[in-house]
Ligand binder design. Sequence first.
Ligand SMILES: *Cc1c(COP(=O)(O)O)cnc(C)c1O
Length: 347
Amino acid sequence: MKKIDLRSDTVTKPTDAMIRAMAEAEVGDDVYREDPTVNRLEEIAAERLGKEAALFVTSGTQGNQVAVLTHCVNGDEVIAEAESHIFYYEGGAMSALAGVQTRTLAGVRGALRAEDVEKAIRSTTNIHFPRTKLICLENTHNRAGGAVITPEKMKSVYEVGQKHGIPVHLDGARLFNAAVALGVDVRELSQYTTSVQICLSKGLSAPVGSILAGDRAFIEEARWWRKKLGGGLRQVGYLAAPGILALTDMTERLAEDHNHAKMLAEGLRNLSLEVEPVETNIVLVKTDSIQTTAVEFLKRLADQGVYAVDFDEYVIRFTTHRHISEEDVQYVLQIVERLLASVPAAK
Ligand SMILES: *Cc1c(COP(=O)(O)O)cnc(C)c1O
């Protein structure tokens, strides 16, 4: 049976060019900063993101947590969107590792409103209060269905941060998806951040790793935190080499994934399913209208070789990526049509 894996863009495997680059990588001990391939990746990434410096980290979670550890001390308060990955999906690491507490604010399709952020910032004169030391943004916003946060919205929050002397960290796991969807250079977005994390291992297809970028002093301190977390790796140029290709060759093709996601969404709507607006490579589908839980529907899909994930009791997430073709999308739509015909309560 054909297997179509729409669980996540993290399932993408390295390209042939990436595998060749891994085999041929020039390496050294990166803890001594002697790995030329890592050094090159970090230079290219900093350039691409418009920052002074960058650090290769093992995962998006490590990049986000190193950022929180670098920006904050125990007892500080961090403002984050209520369904942001850094709050929702990182095992409580912000409180466990950095000892900070999170002030969550509900966003609009993942975007924090600048006025809400400003109201949530703690007065520094009241002895009862913790200190607000960081604002976190996420672009694209995963749980908001791959929603794009516009440069204007990022700017308005960044300016509030500037006004109060509070840095902004961007979880840009899928920041290139946002830039491609907006048709802008990624710096248009990253300019409104103090630090930014991007994933090389999602739609960009590298096997491992993320980048944390910021100014030189921030990255020096982040390097120390990464070492404390056990993230100081040695001949890691073998993993940085495909990361370089992720940044130089793989960003523009994300438009293809976005087209496939839109195609999938349109097809599902034509089958009378309720689908959230699609801006990038994520499609959220509601299953309450067919009186079937996400988990039940996923089981039926899996029986037909189609894989996705549940996002809520009645919400399924499909994620398109490099291994999903237009034919695959059509095939998935045929499967869903057949399943709906067999759901007694459908329509
Ligand atoms: C995947 C993801 C991360 C974490 O990346 P890992 O490499 O899986 O740790 C962080 N933020 C967002 C929005 C993500 O989608």
